[in-house]
Design a protein around this ligand. Sequence first.
Ligand SMILES: *[C@@H]1O[C@H](CO)[C@@H](O)[C@H](O)[C@H]1NC(C)=O
Ligand SMILES: CC(=O)N[C@H]1CO[C@H](CO)[C@@H](O)[C@@H]1O
Length: 196
Amino acid sequence: MASCWIFVVGITLMFGLVGCQFVTLGSCPEVRLQENFDLDRYLGKWYENRRYSNWFSLFSNCVSAEYKKTSDTSVQVNNTGWLYLNDKVDTIIGEAVVQDNAKLGVRFSEFAPYGDYWVLSTDYINYSVVWSCSESPKGAIQFNSQYLWVLTRTREGVSEAELKRILGILEDYGININERKLKPTTQTNCFSEIRM
Ligand SMILES: *[C@@H]1O[C@H](CO)[C@@H](O)[C@H](O)[C@H]1NC(C)=O
Ligand SMILES: CC(=O)N[C@H]1CO[C@H](CO)[C@@H](O)[C@@H]1O
């Protein structure tokens, strides 16, 4: 997630080529968000289990996110990943704020606007599904771009049955869960595990 965000900030203008993002025709699908979102239970460490990405996912493994409370409605975000090609642990610190129940905004520079961070579903102890979608201006051709992350509390992720259930929720909303798009994040042989 870390490198992904840096990348997004850097090259957002290259629409469609951006890592972690999925651009498709049509308007945003309708979704339901996690009810009664509980920020306190959401805090702590999460591991990136899956994300939308393309070529950029080749470079960053072992990605984790840690949320620490800074006020009733805000958290510090610490996204860390291992860029294994040059064996570098890369951390980016940001801020997330609760805007409306499970609708959060996240940014990695105080000069940047908040990007949407919507929690579609979480049980706080095993998994969270984070998603956002933005639409192109209405016109002859409408398209939308989506971000999607499945986060889990352990590097190992969740059981196959549980994963199937979680992805089923997304599929019901019409969100693309094809593994070529929603790629598992490598969380094994994390060289930096000792350091992380
Ligand atoms: C961010 O998390 C990484 C990995 O857990 C840790 O090594 C680093 O010290 C953290 N940075 C801050 C500023 O909390
Ligand atoms: C459905 C599922 O995977 N539940 C697990 C969530 O995490 C708790 C605590 O680690 C497990 O006991 C559950 O089996």
